[in-house]
Design a protein around this ligand. Sequence first.
Ligand SMILES: CC(C)(COP(=O)(O)OP(=O)(O)OC[C@H]1O[C@@H](n2cnc3c(N)ncnc32)[C@H](O)[C@@H]1OP(=O)(O)O)[C@@H](O)C(=O)NCCC(=O)NCCS
Length: 198
Amino acid sequence: MSWPPETLQTARLRLRKPLASDAEAVFGQLSGDAEVTRHLGWLTHHELAQSRQQISLDLLRWSRGSAWTWIVELDAHPVGMFRYSLVEPHMLRIGVMLARRHHGQGLMSEVTRRMIDEAFRVSAFHRIEALCDADNLPSRRMLERAGLRCEGRLASCIIHPNLSSLPRDAWLYAISRQQAQDAALIHPHRIPLEPSAP
Ligand SMILES: CC(C)(COP(=O)(O)OP(=O)(O)OC[C@H]1O[C@@H](n2cnc3c(N)ncnc32)[C@H](O)[C@@H]1OP(=O)(O)O)[C@@H](O)C(=O)NCCC(=O)NCCS
C-alpha cells in the first residue's frame, strides 16, 4: 500500500492533490495575497504564471517523494494548501496557508490534526515539525491547537523575503509519534505502511 493518499477528508474540509487548473484560485486567494505570504519563505506572486510554475514544482516534488502538497477545499472550493516536506527519512515539516477570509475558524488546525494522524500511519515517520516566524502569532496558535509543542526560539534561523532579506528568529514546533500517542491524538492501531518509492 502506498503513501500518501491523494485525497483526505476532515469534518469540514477535503484535501486533494493539486491540479494545474488550481493556479488561478491559488494565485487569487493565497500566493498573490501579500497578507497571506507575509511570513512565508518566498516572495508574494505578482503573476499567475508564478503560481502555475509553483504547482508544477509541487507535482514534481510529489512524484519524486520529496514533498507532498494538498489543496484544501471548503464546499468544493480551494481555500488553502497543506504541505509535508521530507526533512529526514523519519521527519516531516509542515507548511500551510489559508485564504484570509477563512482565518480564525479553526480550519487549519483541523487539517493539521488530521494530517498528523495520517503521517503517523507510516511507521518510518517519528517526528513532525514546523518553523514559524517569531512574529507569526496565528501560526503559533494554530500549531498549538493542533497538538504541536514549542521547542524553542531559533535565532536568525529563517529568511522571509517579504519582510526582510536578513534571517529572522523562528519558533520551532514539533510532535513525536510518542507524544501524539500519549495525547491520544492518533489512532492506536497503526498499519505498517511505507512511503511509496520515488
Ligand atoms: C497560519 C494559518 C494557516 C492559520 O489558519 P487558521 O485556520 O486561521 O488557524 P486556526 O483558526 O486553526 O487557529 C488560529 C489561531 O490564531 C488565532 N488568530 C487568528 N488571527 C489572529 C491574529 N491576527 N492575531 C492573533 N491570533 C490570531 C485564532 O483565534 C486561533 O487561536 P485560538 O485557538 O486561540 O482561537 C493562517 O493564519 C494563514 O494562512 N496565515 C498565513 C500563512 C502563514 O503564515 N502560514 C504559516 C507559516 S508557518
